[in-house]
Design a protein around this ligand. Structure first.
Ligand code: TMP
Length: 239
């Protein structure tokens, strides 16, 4: 089918289009992988379809666990419809185990289980390289109010609990992840964006193998079989 939807936004892993319904956007996932804030870029055939299937399954599943989110439905292998929201320019990261930039910045050994989940805010701004910021920064920059920050933190921790449980059912440990939120016209805030192996660190429970984008970031091997493994495991339990 030929569509003439207006392109709203093109990111590193997906494009967002308007639809005939002003409350609905079409998301098209891309066969593209990037690292180092776009400094490294590769075509990875099959990734769009895998990520679309994985995030669709997860968003559907967590909604059943009481987590409101923007997902409406998957319309093709690499496309889905989502609710139109005003995206809050924050990357909300939760860490259950030390890894990645946290392990490097604080010299806390990768793999150390944290006593409690650590929540971080990063300001979404490519020119500034998505800096780590705190609650005061969020407020002074009018990104979110005190009340909204409280809600976002509470919701992110709730999402963490649901995701830990979901992944543990398929033999995967949730090390850390990044989520984003958006505002509806009425001001309510809900989960947006995606939850995929691009945005989570997922380790096999037994072998500790990386089942996520670190395979690409660290040049450990081919992403596709790894992402396929995550999808197959999730589909076995949740479809
Ligand atoms: P980090 O250890 O590199 O800060 O990443 C923490 C988590 O956030 C990890 O699961 C990957 C995810 N993430 C994104 O989804 N997008 C990003 O731009 C970054 C920096 C991290």
């Amino acid at each position: 089918m030929i569509r003439n939807d207006v392109l709203l936004y093109e990111g590193k892993a997906k494009k967002l289009f308007k639809t005939d319904d002003p409350k609905v956007l079409r998301v098209e996932y891309l066969d593209q992988a990037t690292a180092l804030n776009g400094g490294r870029k590769d075509i990875v055939e099959g990734k769009a379809s895998l990520n679309n299937q994985i995030t669709s399954l997860i968003f559907k599943q967590i909604k059943q666990n009481g987590i409101q989110n923007h997902f409406i439905r998957k319309i093709s292998k690499h496309e889905q419809l989502v609710e139109m929201l005003e995206i809050i320019p924050l990357e909300v990261v939760i860490r259950n185990v030390s890894a990645g930039s946290f392990a490097n910045r604080l010299a806390i050994l990768e793999g150390k289980i944290l006593d409690y989940p650590v929540l971080e805010f990063y300001y979404k701004d490519d020119h500034l390289d998505d800096p780590l910021i705190n609650d005061d920064h969020v407020k002074i920059m009018n990104i979110a109010t005190e009340q909204e920050i409280t809600f976002i933190k509470h919701e992110a921790h709730r999402i963490n609990k649901v995701l830990i449980e979901l992944f543990s059912e398929v033999g995967i440990r949730l090390i850390d992840f990044k989520i984003e939120f958006g505002r509806r016209a009425d001001g309510t805030i809900i989960l947006a964006d995606e939850i995929t192996p691009d945005t989570c660190r997922l380790w096999d429970d037994k072998t500790k193998d990386h089942l996520d984008k670190d395979v690409y970031r660290r040049k450990l091997g081919d992403m596709i079989p790894v992402y396929q493994e995550v999808l197959i495991r999730l589909e076995k339990v949740f479809n």
